[in-house]
Design a protein around this ligand. Structure first.
Ligand SMILES: Nc1nc2c(c(=O)[nH]1)N[C@H]1C(S)=C(S)[C@@H](COP(=O)(O)OP(=O)(O)OC[C@H]3O[C@@H](n4cnc5c(=O)[nH]c(N)nc54)[C@H](O)[C@@H]3O)O[C@H]1N2
Ligand SMILES: Nc1nc2c(c(=O)[nH]1)N[C@H]1C(S)=C(S)[C@@H](COP(=O)(O)OP(=O)(O)OC[C@H]3O[C@@H](n4cnc5c(=O)[nH]c(N)nc54)[C@H](O)[C@@H]3O)O[C@H]1N2
Ligand code: SF4
Ligand SMILES: [Mo]
Length: 694
């Protein structure tokens, strides 16, 4: 009999605990008591073992000798020699920045760390960024600006159980993190759940108060609510005086946003907005949580600042039993943004433009600080620059499928095709891997050891539960083998996860995200460790900010922000606003979940959610094929009439490939601070599929 091994789900940031029992082939998922999910899993978690023996699992490297020829099986040495050889050629001719790297927030801490080191030390390129730019970057920037530190939730999710009131802004947790909903029960059952979403989602269905703003107008709503807090006498003056700065400047702007003014912009009735404020202000324990709906905008950073200002005015952050948090998305969305795969970043959440940080990390890496490159392009800017002008000529992708998930995906696919070399390391032939010149088959979650940092900043050890398929290698081994071929000493690129983690600990020591005291050994022994954890006797930090915020003066910052709205407004040619997001059955680009039979059956194809009146006006009815057309492209999908969505808004899930890619229409307008694209609002028109040529 095979015994059950404690494991964590391969997908989202909850990192639900589960058991895996190895079978031949694959494994069986079972429930396991873990505080985040208490034995519950969503449909994706229950079916996750299918990922291990999916029929088209990559089991040998694939190489395309010339463009136009098919990918053919190759040996590992042949594939790695070819990649290293072409990298050398391109860098000799065009300089180090000719080669770029694109990482992912699903990679373990060890992988994210070694990928960043590989780029800076082995490639000496500044051109590295990752898909977390599309995910967390706006909230991260706003959190840092307000609190001096970005940890998605500065408290354990289980703290939410005691809340009277919880406001979820642009987060559809009933579909994106179903087991989290159990921690919202108390608030929900007391009529204290507030949901801000243009759609009446499964989450909004459970709310006492659902505010449905026009997509892209959340900052006006937040300003209106701040106004109502002050005007209603709910400002926590004592807290603001003792623990914050900048209220006067923020108020100068909010003073102009009477709730009726906010109503004009958002479509949310001033009275509803005041009700939400009354609920929040009247609660003993209240939380404000943001998700991608409010963050993925070209004004995402300011919008999150608007929500944080509101939370500060109500005195929520850094108070036991209350708080502000942003719900991190990917499995290692938190750790993935701390250890150096981000364009401007060094391990430990240090900055690449900070001299002391460069010295510290360079010393750990055994190189001179001057050898470390400067900050590079943000994710979309990087993809947009590929194969043109001074842009990179080669791209190495680890843990992302940008052909489906990047904004303006049609353009991104053309940029990838213009490269001299595209290398993709993946477990399956994703849409991006299919375009590659070299595909490297790697091991995944249950086949290797590695740590993940969940949405609460808790570092978890994922253990190897079964043997990887013959022919695959770990990402760490791939990086080491490439580094050695590029002239690096093997000792500088360990591929044992525990050894990499110890080095990561040293590199992060003294930085904002300090992992120095965490070790695989402590995690194996069952210790519960949230960063920062600066030394081996430190108990970790489940709750941040209770005494002071992370700015030098210990105070949080109100940031003066004003509403701008989306980069693209509806007009007579494109009269509707399209927003995009997730559905329960699929994960991200769908590269994994579209290969799970049960999930594909549950949600086989993309669709567009439309109000029945809006559909009728476009000559469409439920079940019809429609074209959704923006200035960037056209998607062809089925119409799903939903009477509870706003009349001016349509919604598409982004998990589907080909002509159904929601990102064919999305707008790559970027937030000036975070580089976040505007996934959540662009102008479109709707037409019957046969009525208009793309
Ligand atoms: N099933 C499933 N779960 C997942 C994932 C997945 O792909 N599938 N991915 C994981 C990842 S990486 C992430 S980042 C999280 C994301 O988790 P969420 O943030 O919950 O997911 P989204 O569906 O992108 O967006 C949430 C909601 O924002 C709403 N919205 C759209 N525009 C606006 C707006 O302008 N204002 C407001 N207030 N709301 C708006 C949408 O209608 C949507 O219901 O989910 C994680 N969990
Ligand atoms: N329109 C629209 N677009 C969006 C969003 C949206 O809301 N709307 N959301 C954005 C967000 S929040 C996110 S997070 C992105 C995510 O979008 P992507 O970056 O495309 O995310 P995934 O589909 O998770 O891609 C991960 C890939 O890595 C592979 N993989 C899994 N584990 C490993 C590993 O250990 N090593 C390696 N080498 N590969 C591995 C998987 O098989 C898969 O092909 O999409 C963004 N795009
Ligand atoms: S909620 Fe997230 S971590 Fe939990 S089972 Fe579902 S996908 Fe996995
Ligand atoms: Mo994400």
């Amino acid at each position: 009999m095979n015994t059950a091994v404690a494991a964590h789900c391969p997908y989202c940031a909850l990192q639900c605990g589960m058991t895996l029992t190895p079978r031949e082939p694959g494994a069986l998922v079972g429930p396991r008591d873990f505080p985040v999910n208490e034995g519950a899993l969503c449909q994706k978690g229950w079916t996750a073992a299918s990922l291990l023996d999916t029929p088209d699992r990559l089991r040998e490297p694939l190489v395309r000798r010339r463009r136009g020829e098919p990918l053919r099986p190759a040996g590992w040495d042949e594939a790695l020699d070819l990649v290293a050889g072409r990298i050398r050629e391109l860098q000799d001719r065009h300089g180090p920045d000719a080669v770029a790297v694109f990482g992912g927030g699903g990679l373990t801490n060890e992988k994210a760390y070694l990928l960043g080191k590989f780029a800076r030390v082995a490639l000496r390129t500044s051109q590295i960024d990752y898909n977390g730019r599309f995910c967390m970057s706006s909230a991260a920037a706003a959190g840092t600006r307000a609190f001096g530190l970005d940890r998605g939730l500065p408290f354990p999710v289980t703290d939410l159980r005691d809340a009277d009131v919880i406001m979820l802004v642009g987060a559809n947790v009933a579909e994106t993190m179903p087991p989290l909903v159990r921690h919202l029960r108390r608030a929900r059952d007391r009529g204290g759940l507030i949901v801000v979403d243009p759609r009446r989602t499964a989450t909004a269905e459970q709310a006492a108060l659902h505010l449905a703003p026009r997509p892209g107008t959340d900052l006006a709503l937040a300003l209106g609510m701040l106004h109502a807090v002050v005007a209603g006498g709910h400002l926590r003056r004592d807290y603001a005086d003792a623990r914050t700065t900048g209220l006067a400047q923020a108020w100068r702007i909010a003073a102009r946003w009477r709730p009726e003014e906010a109503e004009r912009v958002t479509g949310v009735a001033g009275a509803c907005l005041r009700d939400a404020v009354e609920l929040l202000a009247g609660a003993r324990n209240a939380y404000l949580l943001t998700g991608r709906g409010t963050e993925q905008h070209s004004s995402g950073v300011d919008t999150v600042s608007g929500w944080i200002n509101l939370a500060l005015a109500l005195g929520l952050p850094g108070r036991a039993g209350s708080g502000y948090g942003c719900l991190t998305g990917q499995g290692n969305g938190q750790g993935g943004r701390e250890h150096g795969q981000k364009a401007d970043q060094l391990p430990g959440y240090r900055r690449l433009d900070d001299e002391a940080a460069r010295r510290h990390v360079a010393a750990v890496w055994g190189v001179a600080p001057e050898e470390l490159p400067a900050a590079g392009r943000s994710a979309y800017e990087l993809l947009d620059a590929l194969g043109a002008g001074t842009g990179p000529r080669a791209l190495l992708v680890f843990g992302s499928n940008p052909v489906v998930s990047a904004p303006r995906a049609g353009h991104v696919a053309r940029r990838l095709a213009a490269l001299d070399l595209l290398v993709v390391a993946d477990t399956v032939p994703s849409e991006t891997a299919r375009l590659a010149d070299v595909v490297l088959p790697v091991t995944q979650w249950a086949e290797e050891d590695g740590t993940m940092t969940n949405l609460e900043g808790r570092v978890l050890l994922r253990r190897r539960a079964l043997s990887p398929p013959q022919g695959t290698r770990t990402d760490l081994t791939v990086l080491r083998e490439l580094a050695v071929r590029l002239g690096q000493p093997a000792s500088r690129f360990p591929d044992d996860p525990e050894e990499v983690f110890d080095e990561l600990g040293r590199a992060s020591a003294g930085g904002p995200a300090d992992y120095a005291g965490i070790s695989h050994r402590r995690l194996r022994a069952g210790e519960v460790l949230h960063w920062p954890c600066p030394d081996r006797r430190h108990p970790g930090t489940p709750r941040l900010f209770l005494d002071r915020f992370a700015h030098a003066d210990g105070r949080a910052r109100f940031v003066p922000v004003d509403h701008r709205g989306p980069a693209e407004r509806p007009d007579p040619d494109y009269p509707l606003i399209a927003t995009t997001g997730r559905i329960l059955a699929h994960y991200q680009s769908g590269a994994q979940t579209r290969r799970v039979a049960d999930l594909l059956r549950a949600a086989p194809a993309a669709y567009v959610e439309v109000h029945p009146d809006t559909a009728r006006r476009a000559g469409l009815a439920d079940g019809d094929r429609a074209r959704v057309v923006s200035r960037r492209g056209t998607v062809e999908v089925e119409v799903r009439c939903v009477p509870t969505i706003r009349l001016d808004t349509v919604f598409l899930p982004f998990h589907f490939p080909g002509d159904e890619r929601a990102n064919l229409i999305s707008n790559p307008a970027l937030d000036p601070t975070s580089g976040m694209p505007e996934f959540k609002a662009c102008a479109v028109r709707l037409a019957p599929a046969n009525g208009e040529r793309p």
